[in-house]
Design a protein around this ligand. Structure first.
Ligand SMILES: *Cc1c(COP(=O)(O)O)cnc(C)c1O
Length: 396
């Protein structure tokens, strides 16, 4: 479904200060122009193919399928992209758009540092200045990613307000954009925030479902029965779902981070535990306390540790087109270990949330049915944390 006046059902919109209105209007105008510009699309496709390494593979996990004894499982290998995740799709699109708009500077927020690294990468490639806002807490937990960003020429600014994590980094990046819209584009990292960001990010990520459709038709001659993806803000999931939304026979399943469980306060499962609210420029579902304040969220996965969800997902939930299920830390760690052993593929702990649900679902389905799991990223970045979770310090 396309956004009407920037809304997906009752969700979305532009809940932003007056000072940002000009920036989002300028962005929307430019995007509406370039999305139909064949030259822009060709340049972006060349970057996708030659720089990011697209199309990413659709891999039939034969061993895993045999082991689980049900539906055939295919893995969409976004982990094979340059910089190791789906984030590069969005970032290359936005950086190219910013360049066409005459901007010379990219700013971004980052949690674990994955989106910051992707943005620093695109800025280096396109010769743009880059400033990344990152919660101070996160700069200490993710020192390697801070180094990678600096290595590629970006400035990393530690944010100390609030809980000094991702949501505070988003707020700070929005504030910075307000101060400097002439030469700066805010490269937002997920399908969230004020219109037109949820649509722009969705469109750049929808290359994932476009490829899945072509690849599965070639391999199986039919559409999958289910597409499963993890959901933080929701960009890899909406990318994997988008070209299947009209194919009603395809189940679309988003896996939220339940953390220690949706009945605890240590969770980030927005659809399963959140309420309708307005934050970061959009109306959607958010984890909130009894007073409607944004609640602190928790997940073992830094990439899913966000208190909201993109407005298009909120609407897909409302209209019953997509399902959103909670997956705990423990279930995800088991899936992380399982795929590593079973297929020799170490998935991002985010992606392991989706994989875990596929492992539950596959045995309940028949052998002629098909599940596609989006492996949004690779898991090298998570090895130290998962070892620690299992009581081992790999640096000792
Ligand atoms: C950032 C990240 C996510 C979560 O972001 P979405 O916008 O929900 O896709 C998921 N997987 C990986 C590997 C990530 O880096």
């Amino acid at each position: 479904m396309e956004a009407k006046n920037g809304r997906f059902g009752i969700h979305g919109g532009q809940y932003i200060p007056e000072t940002l209105m000009n920036a989002v209007i300028e962005l929307e105008k430019a995007y509406n122009h370039y999305k139909n510009d064949p030259e822009f699309q060709k340049e972006l496709q060349d970057l996708f193919n030659d720089y990011a390494g697209r199309p990413s593979r659709l891999y039939y996990a034969a061993k895993m399928t045999a082991d689980l004894g049900g539906a055939k499982i295919y893995l969409k290998r976004e982990d094979l992209n340059h910089t190791g995740a789906h984030k590069i799709n969005n970032v290359l699109g936005q950086a190219l758009l910013a360049k066409k708009m005459g901007k010379t500077r990219l700013i971004a927020e980052t949690g674990a540092g994955q989106h910051g690294v992707a943005t620093a990468t695109a800025a280096a490639l396109m010769g743009m200045e880059c400033v990344v806002f990152m919660g101070k807490e996160d700069t200490e937990r993710q020192a390697l990613n801070v180094y990678r960003m600096r290595l590629m020429g970006a400035t990393v600014i530690p944010v100390t307000s609030g809980t000094a994590t991702l949501k505070d980094a988003v707020s700070e990046a929005m504030r910075e954009w307000t101060n400097r819209i002439e030469d700066t584009h805010y490269c937002l990292g997920s399908c969230m925030g004020p219109h037109p960001f949820p649509t722009i990010v969705r469109d750049f990520q929808s290359v994932i479902s476009k490829e899945i459709k072509e690849q599965i038709l070639e391999k199986e001659g039919r559409l999958p029965d289910a597409v499963i993806a993890c959901v933080g803000g929701g960009s890899n999931a909406i990318g994997a779902f988008y070209n299947f939304i009209e194919d009603k026979e395809v189940r679309l399943i988003g896996c939220e981070a339940a953390g220690r469980g949706i009945d605890t306060f240590e969770t980030a499962a927005t659809i399963n535990t959140g309420k309708l609210g307005i934050f970061h420029g959009m109306k959607s579902y958010f984890c909130q306390d009894e007073y409607g304040q944004i609640a602190p969220v928790y997940s073992i996965s830094a990439g899913l540790d966000y208190p909201g969800i993109g407005p298009e997902h909120a609407n897909l939930h409302d209209i019953g087109r997509a399902e959103y299920v909670p997956v705990t830390d423990e279930e995800s760690v088991q899936a992380f270990e399982y795929l590593s052993r079973m297929e020799g593929i170490i998935p991002a702990i985010e992606s392991a949330h989706a994989l875990s649900y596929a492992m539950k679902l596959a045995p309940t389905m028949s052998k002629d049915q098909i599940i596609v799991v989006n492996i949004s990223g690779r898991g090298d970045k998570d090895c130290a944390a998962i070892a620690r979770y299992r009581g081992e310090n790999i640096y000792d």
